[in-house]
Design a protein around this ligand. Structure first.
Ligand SMILES: Cc1cc2nc3c(=O)[nH]c(=O)nc-3n(C[C@H](O)[C@H](O)[C@H](O)COP(=O)(O)OP(=O)(O)OC[C@H]3O[C@@H](n4cnc5c(N)ncnc54)[C@H](O)[C@@H]3O)c2cc1C
Length: 447
């Protein structure tokens, strides 16, 4: 650990602000390029969030790496970073740090299955590369300073208690604002904004959704495979045929399949997480959104209709509850029955089957009004951040020469499955190597 007295008077070649996954990687990469590097972390020690990842096991990457697993305002740029530093490069990077990696259905984990091991090898990597790790160093201000005409720019980093540090180049890697208690509380956005960068308003992503229906309480605790579909207000432009196919449900905006979890506040589970960032962006635009749960989405063509007809044929003179028992989770069936205007105890009315069909229909279109999500405290990542249009291919700012950015601070987020850490390693390595070697990007400010 560096004592403040030992800060070199002539400053560092590279200062990395933020000791998360991307910042530690950037610092190691910059030091490997031969630079004298300081890593400034506001917390007691770097990597707090890393310990929480993958339920403590750290899903650090995925073999199935492609741009469609990511979201950004400049996908071409994000994709080019991931092309240059993909899954193989991640494995090689960690191998160079001594980490053994295991693969399960394409998902990458440390062989130890402990996130702490990943943090340990990164910490030893920083030590090995002689990076000055400075804990409790909250970067409050980054001030670019040109030393005379044509001389390289340097940066003054203002820290707490009047402390200052000079560096020729800076990597901002302060994360977003997901789980602010880990240190990433959005202060990186303020630093980037103060240096002229555009910030796409961040919203929580990979997070639970809140719904307005009273029957959420009755469904709490249920887990079931199915498809979640999010519909808009139906004002989108569709051909007449499309409109008919959407069956007056509105515009189909997002769709995900997997294990849905029903909770007393709304819906959760991996498929809900996957579409939550998109939902929150739409809600921020004051769009009215509905979710529909389809618990028979695996039925193709008219297979579901045939199942229902078969049930009609084989069930006898019995109660509604008996008729529907055996199809789905009891709590789901009870809600569908009530929404169709039936009571479980009443006898099936074979003369009027419309309500039975309504129950069958609800099993595929159980409606919810989406009103919000859990806050940033519960989100795994942020959607939004520094516009990817404000950085070049080396992740150098197009507005401040010698300033680089990496990780979740940038407007790139991925699906569940190791994609966000993959982005942190990739962007950290590319920004860090470029900053370390002083590689110049294209200096261009775009309005
Ligand atoms: C519960 C949970 C589970 C997750 N699981 C996975 C998973 O299994 N796989 C996966 O791919 N992704 C996962 N993620 C997402 C992943 O952890 C993040 O995308 C990734 O850690 C982002 O790395 P980062 O370095 O950009 O930011 P962060 O990890 O947020 O690090 C930013 C660092 O900067 C520091 N900092 C902030 N501001 C300042 C400042 N002004 N001065 C100095 N320091 C500052 C912070 O203290 C923090 O240490 C998970 C996230 C959570 C919350």
């Amino acid at each position: 650990m560096t004592s403040w007295k030992t800060i070199p008077a002539d400053g560092y070649d590279v200062a990395v602000a933020g000791g998360g996954a991307s910042g530690m990687t950037a610092a190691i990469a910059a030091a490997r390029s031969g630079a004298r590097v300081a890593l400034l972390e506001r917390g007691e020690r770097p990597g707090k969030k890393l310990l929480m990842t993958g339920n403590g096991k750290c899903n650090l990457g995925n073999r199935d790496l492609k741009p469609s697993h990511y979201y950004s305002d400049n996908m071409a740029m994000a994709a080019s970073v991931l092309e240059r530093f993909g899954t193989e490069e991640t494995i090689a990077f960690f191998s160079s740090l001594g980490l053994m990696v295991r693969e399960r259905r394409g998902y990458l984990y440390p062989y130890s299955e402990q996130a702490a091991t990943v943090l340990d090898v990164l910490r030893y990597g920083l030590e090995r590369e002689k990076v000055e790790v400075m804990p409790q160093a909250m970067v409050r201000e980054v001030i670019p300073r040109a030393e005379g005409h044509g001389a390289p720019m340097e940066y003054i980093l203002r820290l707490d208690n009047g402390r200052e540090l000079r560096a020729e180049r800076v990597v901002l890697a302060c994360g977003g604002q997901a789980v602010p208690r880990t240190g990433s509380d959005g202060s990186g956005y303020a630093l980037a904004r103060s240096l002229g960068h555009r910030i796409v308003p961040p919203v929580p992503s990979l997070v639970q959704l809140h719904c307005g229906e009273k029957y959420c309480k009755a469904l709490a605790g249920v887990r079931s495979e199915g498809t979640v579909r999010i519909y808009g207000d139906g004002q989108g432009k569709h051909s007449r045929r499309d409109r008919a196919s959407y069956n007056e449900r509105g515009d189909l905006l997002l769709e995900e399949t997997g294990e849905i979890q029903l909770t007393e506040y709304g819906i959760s589970g991996i498929p809900v997480f996957q579409l939550s960032g998109g939902v929150n962006q739409l809600l921020a635009q004051r769009k009215e959104l509905r979710a529909e749960l389809d618990f028979f989405s695996q039925c193709e063509g008219d297979a579901y209709k045939r199942l229902c007809l078969d049930r009609m044929e084989h069930m006898g003179q019995e109660s509604v509850e008996m008729f529907f028992t055996g199809m789905l989770h009891k709590k789901i069936m009870a809600v569908c029955v009530r929404l169709a205007g039936l009571s479980p105890e009443e006898r099936v009315d074979w003369a009027d089957r419309r309500k039975l069909w309504r129950v069958f229909d609800l099993c595929r279109h159980l409606p919810f009004t989406v009103i919000g999500s859990h806050p940033f405290e519960s989100a795994q990542v942020c959607r939004g951040g520094v516009s990817m249009r404000d950085v070049d291919a080396q992740l150098q700012s197009r507005r401040c020469h010698g300033l680089y950015m990496a990780g979740e601070l940038l407007h790139v987020d991925g699906r569940c499955g190791g994609y966000n850490l993959q982005w942190a390693w990739a962007s950290g390595y590319i920004a860090g190597s470029a900053a370390g070697s002083g590689e110049s990007g294209i200096l261009r400010a775009e309005k």
